[in-house]
Design a protein around this ligand. Structure first.
Ligand code: BGC
Length: 424
């Protein structure tokens, strides 16, 4: 476990970064999945029936702006699929909006189910495997009003939704993620107060919600497997490399337990483990602290640390013994060359895992589109594709074309230097 410095890993002692030799020979398996990921609330627009919509419009919630029309993907999903397919990727990861499918408790929208069925079918028509996430941060308003994930019935409510949705889509699903980053739902919603329900330092609720999310995953796996279709089912877990500072040992162990291990221990029967890692976390005696001064940061203020994907894969594989898929990895930046650098660095780590015999089955870039980055609004740009905020026109960035070429060749190749640049 842990990471190894780039320079030791680059072939023939070449430095990492943009150096051509550093890419040489990094080939990926034939069936390796190359994808781009999105989530419903971040791209669809008009998701007015969820706890997130309320939170965005709540004075003092700290949200930069409303998700509004987002990227208008509820209407423009065919354009999104066309971009992913044209780039040369093999899978599209998107999520179902529970608040559209079950707008009131026990009331099912056939039109919404049909919409997602058309997206699954649309993926298949353009040669993409639909990777479907059943919960990506948002809850229906009625569910939140019942106590959200604190309510004892919450796992069963979610499992019932999964049963209904999978009953309608299962024959077309290529791969399913039950819950996206459950630890972030608990942490950011109940300890940091930056996601709904906006509670700060509510440790008791954090623990309850964590247990319910673990149980929700367990029940969801059962519901999906009992429905039509046969497809791999797993969880998408946020993981971080913990950098423990002197005196921070106890808190780091607690963080690792409550944010990762409590989930990982439950995943031994799943078909895969989805790992999502963006940076590493420094933990001191009082909890998480900023990286040291002078550290290179991304537009999110995270440390630039693409090696974290490798560390996450290694831990997830070691703890669960299951195949691993990087279901999200990416960077917020307005410098498209930096995006290529980040993904190249991350893919080198993925490749080292493969060389060591770890069963890594795919890599999804987060995100396909510049989209609604939750409380931060539309400012951070994670996308491979920019979206004009007044016309919704999609424009693939050079990094998108590069990533597509990597996927087509199944080989890490350098980006053409003349295509890249700040603001690209
Ligand atoms: C989430 C995404 C989010 C991304 C970047 C992940 O935690 O699944 O919804 O946009 O990170 O912050």
């Amino acid at each position: 476990m842990g990471t190894r410095p780039h320079k030791e890993q680059a072939p023939r002692g070449a430095p990492a970064g943009h150096d051509t030799d550093a890419h040489h020979g990094l080939r990926f398996p034939k069936d390796f999945v190359w994808g781009a990921a999105t989530s419903a609330h971040q791209i669809e627009g008009g998701n007015t029936n969820s706890d997130w919509w309320d939170f965005e419009h709540q004075a003092g919630s700290g949200c930069a702006e409303s998700s509004g029309d987002a990227c208008d993907s509820y209407s423009r999903w065919q354009q999104d699929l066309a971009v992913v397919a044209d780039l040369g990727l093999t899978s599209y990861r998107f999520s179902l909006e529970w608040s559209r499918i079950e707008p009131a408790e026990g009331e099912w929208s056939l039109a919404a189910l049909d919409h997602y069925r058309r997206i699954c079918a649309g993926c298949r028509e353009v040669g993409l495997e639909p990777t479907v996430t059943f919960h990506h941060f948002t809850n229906p308003r009625w569910f939140a009003a019942q106590g959200g994930w604190e309510a004892p019935q919450s796992p069963a409510m979610f499992a019932r939704f999964c049963e209904k949705a999978a009953g309608s889509l299962g024959d077309l699903i290529g791969r399913a993620c039950t819950v996206n980053e459950p630890s972030m739902v608990a942490l950011i919603g109940y300890l940091l107060g930056e996601f709904p329900p906006g509670r700060k330092d509510d440790t008791e609720a954090f623990v309850t919600v964590t247990k319910h999310l673990v149980e929700a995953h367990r029940q969801a796996v059962g519901a999906l497997r009992a429905g039509p279709g046969v497809y791999p089912v797993g969880l998408s877990l946020a993981m971080s490399e913990f950098q423990v500072l002197p005196g921070g040992e106890e808190l780091a162990a607690l963080a690792q337990e409550m944010m990762e291990d409590i989930y990982l221990r439950e995943l031994g029967g799943d078909d895969f483990v989805g790992v999502q890692s963006y940076t590493r976390t420094y933990i001191g005696p009082q909890g998480p602290v900023d990286p040291p001064p002078g550290t290179r940061l991304t537009a999110m203020g995270y440390e630039y640390w693409p090696q974290t994907a490798e560390a996450a894969i290694r831990r997830a594989a070691a703890v669960t013994g299951r195949p691993v898929i990087v279901t999200e990895n990416g960077i917020a930046t307005d410098d498209d060359a930096e995006r290529v650098e980040f993904v190249s660095d991350a893919l080198r780590g993925v490749h080292r895992c493969l060389e060591d015999g770890i069963d890594v089955r795919g890599y999804f870039y987060w995100s396909l589109l510049d989209n609604f980055e939750w409380a931060r609004g539309f400012e951070p740009h994670f996308g491979l594709v920019s979206v004009d905020r007044s016309t919704f026109a999609r424009r693939p960035k050079p990094s998108a074309r590069w990533f597509g070429e990597v996927a087509r060749r199944r080989e890490l190749i350098p980006a053409a230097a003349d295509e890249l640049g700040p603001g690209a």
